[in-house]
Design a protein around this ligand. Structure first.
Ligand code: GLU
Length: 368
């Protein structure tokens, strides 16, 4: 097992690294932790010399803006958060540019929203941008476009964003740096006997349980908690990307690859999903959902059938024809995703009717 762990990490060629706000801010939250960025840039230089391709997903814009604008607590309303992000993002990128320049590396900023992943053409454009940057040896530093982001166009948190980037860029490894040593079998803050998991071959219910409840971020500046990290890792590994969770306050990226560093390795599924399936399953954010009856569930699961209007019990959200939607069973579990052939208004009119036109054609459907 330890050889497998070592090889997976050392051989990863394309790596997405996510840095959380807690690591990027200095201890008293007075702006960017320049000491950290300097060490981090040195570590990335080692990886680049070893021929690795790197993209960085960086939080810290809101936190840095809060420091500059003297906010004591994270602003609650979206307009204030947008202002903090607009101000902080500049400081953040300034810190990256200075530190990486000293290592002879050029960085470039990419700010994304859920829309960039929703539309398949924009998604492909983004892939081209990344590939061009790669050709010029420019390292992309990515964040959510928080200064214009509103609830509908938000990816969510940077754990999810880093997973999306890892999937569309076809990365071998998603490296998530947090301020904990990895994933434990129970909460190490409340259970002194909690055991660190070195290797997780599959994310099952027990593993999800160890990650605690959603929304437990536990800091003034960060957004996601352990739960959102494990959810992101789950999507990445199911699409075939390995993931590693480490403590960024103690460990640098090159140590994860080459020095058997402490942390949790999550094994990616051996069968990599194709680009379109990956996009359908995990990356794009659905615009709405439909609930189908047991007959419909059976038909898509056992007979790989299309979703027909007759089996649809209800729908929610406003979507257009060709938008991605979730498919739920009658208990509310998400069981599939696919591209609707109808807009929500017209689909609503034919629910439960014998209309033979597919609501989601089987070729546009991914069943979980
Ligand atoms: N995009 C946010 C920022 O730069 C952070 C979101 C997150 O940490 O998940 O402040």
């Amino acid at each position: 097992m330890s050889d497998l762990r070592k090889n997976i990490l050392a051989e990863a060629g394309r790596i997405v690294i996510k840095l959380g706000s807690k690591i990027l801010m200095d201890a008293s939250n007075k702006g960017v932790n320049l000491e950290f960025i300097k060490k981090f840039a040195g570590s990335i230089a080692i990886l680049q010399r070893a021929g690795k391709e790197i993209a960085i997903v960086s939080s810290g814009a809101v936190g840095t803006g809060m420091a500059r604008l003297s906010y004591a607590d994270k602003p609650k309303n979206i307009a204030d958060k947008q202002v903090c992000a607009a101000v902080g993002q500049i400081d953040l990128m300034h810190a990256y540019r200075n530190a990486f320049e000293k290592e002879g590396i050029t960085v470039g900023q990419i700010l994304l929203s859920a829309e960039d992943f929703r539309d398949r053409n924009r998604y492909k454009n983004l892939q081209n941008t990344f590939n061009s940057m790669l050709k010029h040896k420019v390292i992309p530093v990515i964040n959510e476009n928080d200064s214009v982001a509103t609830a509908e166009i938000k990816v969510g948190d940077n754990d999810k964003l880093s997973c999306d980037v890892a999937l569309f860029w076809n990365a071998d490894l998603l490296l998530l740096f947090t301020d904990e040593d990895g994933l434990f079998d129970s909460n190490p803050k409340t259970n002194p006997k909690a055991r660190l998991l070195n290797f997780v071959p599959e994310i099952n219910a027990e593993i999800l349980n160890s990650a605690g409840k959603p929304g437990n971020a536990g800091s003034t500046v960060s957004t996601g908690g352990m739960h959102s990290k494990v959810e992101a890792v789950k999507a990445a590994t199911r699409s075939g990307c390995n993931a590693f969770l480490a403590n960024g306050t103690k460990i640098l990226p090159h140590q994860v690859l080459f020095e058997n560093a402490t942390g949790t390795l999550f094994l990616g599924n051996a069968k990599k999903l194709g680009s379109r399936k990956k996009w359908l399953s995990f990356v794009s954010t659905p615009k709405g959902s439909i609930t189908i009856d047991d007959g419909g569930v059976n038909a898509i699961r056992k007979k790989s059938a299309s979703v027909l209007p007759v089996g649809i019990e209800s729908l929610s959200g406003h979507f257009s024809a060709k938008d991605l939607i979730d498919v739920k069973d009658s208990k509310g579990n998400k069981i599939a995703r696919g591209i609707s052939r109808f807009d929500s208004e017209n689909l609503r009119k034919i629910l439960r009717t014998k209309n033979q036109k597919e609501a989601i054609h089987k070729n546009d459907l991914v069943v979980f």
